[in-house]
Design a protein around this ligand. Sequence first.
Ligand SMILES: Nc1nc2c(ncn2[C@@H]2O[C@H](COP(=O)(O)OP(=O)(O)OP(=O)(O)O)[C@@H](O)[C@H]2O)c(=O)[nH]1
Ligand SMILES: [Mg+2]
Length: 214
Amino acid sequence: MSEILFSKSRLEASCFKPGQLILPDKNIPEIAVAGRSNVGKSSLINALLNTRIAKTGSTPGKTRSINFYRVTTEGCKEFRLVDLPGYGYAERSKAERNDWEKLISAYIKDRENLELVLHLVDFRHGLLANDKKLQEWIRTNDKEILVVFTKSDKVPKTKWLSMRQQYVKEGLYSCNVPVITSSALKKGFIELRMAISGRLEHPACCLGGSRSIH
Ligand SMILES: Nc1nc2c(ncn2[C@@H]2O[C@H](COP(=O)(O)OP(=O)(O)OP(=O)(O)O)[C@@H](O)[C@H]2O)c(=O)[nH]1
Ligand SMILES: [Mg+2]
C-alpha cells in the first residue's frame, strides 16, 4: 500500500475571538485537533504535515488562537487542519480559561464543515475528567470523534494493545479504532493520514462506525 502524503500546507488564518471565525470561508472540509494543553496537538500537526509550521512548546498554553492550516493532498484535494488551544491548564487565570472555552465551543458548535475532531489523549493517562466532558459535549453537538493517542514513545510497546483496549473498556469514545502515535518518533502517521483521507473521501459519515477493537 502506498503512503498517503499531504503535499502542501500553509497557515491560512489565526482566530483569537469567536467573531473572527467567519474567516476563513466554510467551503473546505476541516479536521480539528483538540485535547488538553501540552498533549502534543501542534507537534502532531507538524508530524502529519512533515513541517515545523505549528509552534510547539514544553510549557502548556503555547497555542492560544485557533490556527487554520490549509492542506493539499497529493490527489489535489484540499482540507484544513485546525489547531485548537488546549484545555485543562490550571495556571491560567479563570477569565483566560473562560475565553478559550468560549472560542473552542463557538468553533465546534457552529462549524458546518467540521468533518472530524481528532481528540488527542496522552497515551500514559487515558481520558481525564475534562477529556470526558469534551467528548460528551462534542457528541451532543453531533460531531464525530477519532481518538489519537500521543507520546506513545513513553509507553513500552508490549503494553500498547492492552492499554488501548482498557481505555475503550473504561468508556473512551472513538468512531474507529484509536490511532497510537508518537510525534517524536514519527510513528502512527501512515494510519492517521489514511483515517483522515478516508474521512475526506466519505464526508459526514463515520469512519467505520465501530468502537470495538479486535
Ligand atoms: N516524548 C514526546 N514528547 C512529545 C510528543 N509530542 C509532543 N511532545 C512534547 O510535548 C510538549 C507539548 O507539545 P505541543 O505540541 O506544543 O502541545 P500542544 O498540545 O500543542 O500544547 P498547547 O498548545 O499548549 O495546548 C512539547 O515539549 C513537545 O516536544 C511525542 O510524541 N513524544
Ligand atoms: Mg499547541
